[in-house]
Write a protein that binds this ligand. Structure first.
Ligand code: 3MF
Ligand code: MG
Ligand code: MG
Length: 412
């Protein structure tokens, strides 16, 4: 192949994207509760060790492009759209007005707002630092995010505590830091109750997001399970207002099984919001788009969520790779991520209604010949053949993933 001149590269990408086929139209995409974060589309590829590879993009461009793709919901950090020194001031409300206009023009809704408590130098010792002044500032920021959320019509507020942890052990007293962190959340809930009453709106759903490492060496609430324990620790004044925003990759990062982590959140009644992406076990936060690494695991996750009636939000918290251009972010990265999600979601429906799966699961639940005795050997023998179905179920999931259940075959 000959080298491809720069001016022909976009056309090549567009042609190959068309050749991929199988994409859904914006109308179809809008039927799902999929949200697009401002920060994901605006990410310039500037992570640790990296210079940016893309030009900056503002919320107007992101909202317009999400609308064109068919992403119906938009989410943002306070600092994605506001300079830190404008927070809570008149300038903030001017920007919020512009955002409202832009969302209205393009037919999008803001579903979630979140406070940045990890980037600015003020959070160096965490949002629950020893200094009462820092903690008072953290409370101001989360309360201000609640105000913005109500103004933009959001239903959810998310909190990834970011630097809640330490580099040098012993520098912070963990129980005290957790108490202080709870105080910020308590302030957010209290403000929410007052604003919701004034605006005659429902209170927001406040969702905690855990991540096992980054950006501190040690994190005080590293997993969704730790967050569940924190919610029921007695430190929160409104535990009923606080749930979880698990992130798929964050659970893989500590070596957990994301589906099992989600199951624990479901049984606690706390699975309220979900950050969807992909990546590798026991590695750093690579935020690859859904289904590019673990499609079979993702199918399994969506089977669980579908069978429990979870309908979203599904927040596209991934990072278009540094190798993708500004154009590529909206022409390839977001539409393909959305379409893989929809395909996997629909496939999960196939799994649930598949006759082989149904019969296998039904048979396992019926068990072997009922024996009255507590004879372990006899019970094991009565189930010996039946339990082979576990592996058969795994095979059937694979077949559904590759379309073999619909007759797709490969000749050897
Ligand atoms: C970090 C994250 C965050 C959170 C966001 C929401 C930048 O790994 O996942 O995204 O999702 O801060 O509060
Ligand atoms: Mg996230
Ligand atoms: Mg992440």
């Amino acid at each position: 192949m000959k080298p491809v001149p720069v001016r022909q590269q976009q056309a090549l990408v567009d042609r190959l994207m068309k050749a991929c086929g199988g994409s859904y139209g914006p109308e179809t995409r809008r039927k799902y509760f999929i949200s697009g974060p401002q920060w994901a589309a605006a990410y310039q590829g500037q992570a640790l060790f990296h210079a940016p590879t893309r030009q900056p993009v503002g919320f107007e461009d992101v909202i317009r492009e999400y609308a064109r793709i068919g992403i119906g919901y938009w989410t943002t950090h306070d600092s994605d759209v506001l300079p830190t020194d404008a927070m809570g001031k008149d300038q903030q409300w001017e920007v919020v007005d512009l955002i409202k206009k832009s969302l209205k023009t393009h037919g999008l809704s803001c579903s979630m707002v979140t406070t940045e408590t990890f980037f600015h130098a003020v959070w160096a010792a965490s949002p629950a630092a020893e200094s009462p002044q820092v903690r008072e500032y953290a409370a101001f920021r989360v309360k201000n995010t609640v105000d913005i959320g109500h103004e933009l019509g959001a239903q959810f507020a998310v909190y990834w505590p970011g630097s809640l942890g330490y580099y040098t052990q012993g520098a912070v007293e963990e129980t005290e830091t957790l108490r202080w962190y709870a105080e910020a959340l308590n302030a957010a809930c209290k403000r929410d109750i007052a604003v919701a009453k004034k605006k005659k709106r429902a209170t927001l759903k406040h969702c905690l997001e855990a991540k096992p490492f980054e950006p501190q060496a040690e994190i005080l609430l590293p997993t969704s399970d730790a967050m569940l324990a924190f919610i029921s620790s007695g430190l929160l004044t409104h535990p009923e207002m606080v749930g979880l925003n698990p992130e798929y990759l964050h659970e893989l990062m500590w070596g957990g099984a994301p589906r099992a982590a989600l199951a624990r959140a479901l049984v606690a009644g706390k699975l309220w919001h979900f950050d969807i992406n992909d990546g590798y076990r026991l590695k750093h936060d690579v935020d690859i788009a859904i289904g590019l690494v673990n499609p079979l695991d993702w199918l399994n996750v969506l089977v669980l969520l579908r069978s429990h009636g979870y309908k979203g939000p599904f927040n596209l918290d991934y990072k278009p790779p540094r190798t993708t251009s500004n154009q590529g972010v909206f022409s390839v990265s977001f539409p393909t991520a959305v379409d893989r999600f929809i395909t996997l979601w629909e496939m999960a429906g196939d799994v649930i209604s598949d006759p082989v799966m149904k019969e296998a699961i039904g048979a396992l639940k019926a068990g072997g010949d009922q024996s009255e005795s507590h004879d372990a050997d006899a019970i094991a023998a009565a189930h010996r053949e039946l339990l082979t179905l576990h592996e058969l179920i795994g095979h059937r999931m694979f077949q559904i993933l590759i379309g073999a259940h619909r007759g797709r075959t490969y000749s050897a």
